[in-house]
Ligand binder design. Sequence first.
Ligand code: KG4
Ligand code: ZN
Length: 336
Amino acid sequence: MLVLGIESSCDETGVALVETGDSPVPRLLSHALHSQIEMHQAYGGVVPELASRDHIRRVLPLTERVLADAGLAAADVDVVAYTRGPGLAGALLVGAGIACAIGAALDVPVWGVHHLEGHLLSPFLSADPPEFPFVALLVSGGHTQLMRVDGVGRYQLLGETIDDAAGEAFDKSAKLLGLGYPGGPALARLAQSGDPQAFKLPRPLLHSGDLDFSFAGLKTAVLTQARKLGTGLEERKPDLAASTQAAIVEVLVKKSLAALRQTGLRRIVVAGGVGANRLLREQLDAACARLGVRVHYPELSLCTDNGAMIAMAAAMRLQAGAGAPDKRYAFDVKPR
Ligand code: KG4
Ligand code: ZN
């Protein structure tokens, strides 16, 4: 079965082709991505209306490109998958509408995929895919969750953020430091030249005994420090960036280790945009190496939003017999 996947939940338009077959993990044939980052940069954040309009412009040319790259024709597609949510309503509707139009034109079924399931299964796109069961740390701009994953569609939430997501903590702190959008990578870059111990910032819920997170207080603490520094902020920005990153990463690593202890599992998968963070990877790798736990990441370029993970999630569901796409072409989206 050839699955065409379309991602349009936020500021990246992604399209990909994944094929199910005899091997346990479906195969990525081609994928293409258009990032809107440059377009939104002038506004300091994502402008939903501009995002929707740009998705409209990009989806079909990207679809033609992935078909050409794979040496296939539209008529070869068996199922069309799109991101059903969560995300920006208008942006999601573009992907859903185009997916249904393609599905209807080709007379093939269409399937709405949960964006987070895409992230969760994205490590299966790597050359060395994980085996079930595993703990998953899902860290994106909108979500921070720890999950127990026993198979495709068999997900148990172990803990999650009670306020801001980890990516949001990066983005909001970056904004306070005047680093623009997208904040996470910018803050991480600046942190490289700073001292992570320069400022004492809170590690909320670190010792709460459960697997929940809270990051809202951190951005307030960063704001307080920035105000205290006043005109001296400019010079100390790298130190404040490094201290902020260290606080976020410490909480993510310690809670991940607690989830491994609680479940007794020996494997962890990290997914979502914050999974691209170098310090997080270094510290988690080091801690897990000491415990003999395997850590899996998606390829760096597939940590942030992309079409490959949506096509892969649909293909893995098809292969596992977990639900069936249909030809109703009732393109529903779930922004929240
Ligand atoms: O998964 P993603 O692309 O989109 C959502 O589904 O939210 O994640 C985007 C988030 C943003 O908050 C971005 O700042 C963060 O991931 N991010 C990073 C890094 N790269 C992306 N945060 C820290 N360090 C990075 N290198
Ligand atoms: Zn995402």
